[in-house]
Design a protein around this ligand. Sequence first.
Ligand code: ADP
Ligand code: MG
Length: 724
Amino acid sequence: MPLTVNSDVRELPGVGETRAKALDKLGLRTVGDLLRYLPRGYEDRRPSACIRTAPAQLPVCVRAMVAESPRLSRIRRGLELTRVRAVDQTGAMTITFFNQNYVKNALRAGEEYVFFGRVEGPPGRRQMTNPEFEPAERVRFTGRILPVYPLTKGISNHLLASLTLQCVERCAGQMTETLPPALLAQYGLPPMEESLRSIHFPAAPEDAARARRRFIFEELLQLSCGLALLKGRRDQAAGRIFRRRDPAPFFALLPFPLTGAQRRAMEDMARDMASGRPMNRLVQGDVGSGKTMLAAYGAWLAAQNGCQTALMAPTELLAEQHFRSLAPLLAPAGVRTALLTGAVKGARRRQVCQSLREGEVDLMIGTQALISEGVEYAALGLVITDEQHRFGVDQRSALAAKGAPMGGASAPPHVLVMSATPIPRTLALIIYGDLDVSVLDELPPGRTPVKTYVIGEDKRQRMYGFVRKLVGEGRQVYMVCPSVVTSSESLESAQAQGQVPSAVPPFPAKPASLGFLGASENESDLKAAVAYAKELGEKIFPDLRVGLVHGRMKAGEKDAAMAAFAAGALDILVSTTVIEVGVDVPNAALMVVENAERFGLSQLHQLRGRVGRGRHQSYCVLVSSAAGPDSRERLKVLASTTDGFRISEEDLRLRGPGDFFGQRQHGLPDLRIADLASDMAVLTQAQDAAARLLEEDPRLERPEHRRLLGQVKRMFADRTGSFN
Ligand code: ADP
Ligand code: MG
């Protein structure tokens, strides 16, 4: 049976059940999968040399004739040597193999082979040790650039390369072209078959780079098309029209004048909500930039237009905080506010739900409870989610789906997403391709910037002393502790995984993840925090009130500890990284972060944002023991600026985009090849291309775009129904 791209891997010679299982772990089930399995680097085996002149530093290919039958000798138990002499026009060398007895029969006197390895020793005593070799007439893995693949147990690179080689030779031509020909021409991209050949077995590094660029472009084109289609679908939907109002009465409610950035964002919102299309806007503002006021404005405007607003916060504590600040603020304008969290139960809950259903509540503040069963709105017109990165895209849409029919015609509510994750502007536009973005790039006046210090283990006692001093002055302190695993360990394992045997890979592989600590914690993190809290509470600060929050606590316990801290009943709050985003404890004036090098800069910036919210001078102390010069340098960025966007740009440069979002929380599909940070230039091209394609063919219905649409649908498969 002829081999096709759909053939099972077991149809390839040398692949039985065991190897098929191992391949399956890499997601490789068919020939097509193998063709699409891209190398992470290359080993350059092109340089060929003569025995006499081969450089000792570099592995090279030497074509030589075996001059005699190999001799096998046993040195001792478990150590056998096979020796053979080989010659070319320039000289002779001795080749030694350790414990490779098969060599004795694999090399024949009088035949020519290509040996790949280092040639060492002075003239007359030239030698190679354990080279790879192939008969000179049938070379496959020598004399060329060889791919290096990500591997799994039971699958060697040699095996994988020999499989992909067969697939490329026999089936590369069968893979259908997925990019429209016009795009290939316009962007100078190689077609599918050529790309597959050169991504696996490039004739030159440039060919591999060109092929890779094609696959990156393709992936980013799919991403851009998908996001544009999502956005387009929304632009076609009808939205409720919120008539504009003179904002003066709203301003009159506020205890302070708004910043310019806040006003601009309000103007964006007002324009969106009057446009007849549903608003879908992201407000990005650093911690403390005053996003809550935008929620207040939205709720006020909605109420003026006879509509309800739902404001969803990720934790009960945050929901309560919003309720406490917004209810009295908006009450004078006649906006009726209610709170619905998991803690609101029984009769009270029924009552809240009923007034909501009957339209007696204008602003409903709560947690995920807002999207639970049985919560119905009379006229939901605006949905606001706070600290958006804590919610999945699904929750956002579940809440939006609660928009009830109004006047018979059903229109989806406006959506406002507020996020404190400072994403570089360039990236935000892409990540949130289906959202419009307003940026709050200005802090309210009168803030004293937090003073930031980076210290090593040697200053630990002084740091404790400082904690004590501030507590003595009546301030409170956060102490965050990520983990017991040292960064050098995780770095080493990342390097081991990413180790490339080649001299210089033509392009760098995607950077290995450095074990980013997001909102999740593992067992050892937990232990560390518990042990740390114990040590602080019992040994170091036995006279102070030390509390603990971590991710394994029940939501109620966590909130209770946070609430105790907020109420001033604790001096020190020890926490893992779950420390609540957005919680406002103005009396907290010191943030200590242990093992600071384990965090992304943006995450540290977020943590730092927990302090500096009150009148007192606040401090952030980053403790970093492992600090090599690099990580110290990295941390110093934080000491030098408080601009979240600058920090995030630096973070993006240093660590790549994954860290901004944790896993999939951004709701973007996974990218296999492209890297949003390093492939920015291609991304821009792909976005242009997508925009033009969709202009000509808004739903990608033409035959030449059908394949692309199929791929886009597959890429966004978890958003079922998105493109109908
Ligand atoms: P975040 O963007 O982190 O959610 P908040 O909305 O919690 O920020 O605002 C942080 C603090 O700044 C709050 O105490 C809020 O009352 C105050 N604030 C907001 N806007 C202004 C302003 N324009 N002038 C002065 N203070 C403001
Ligand atoms: Mg906030």
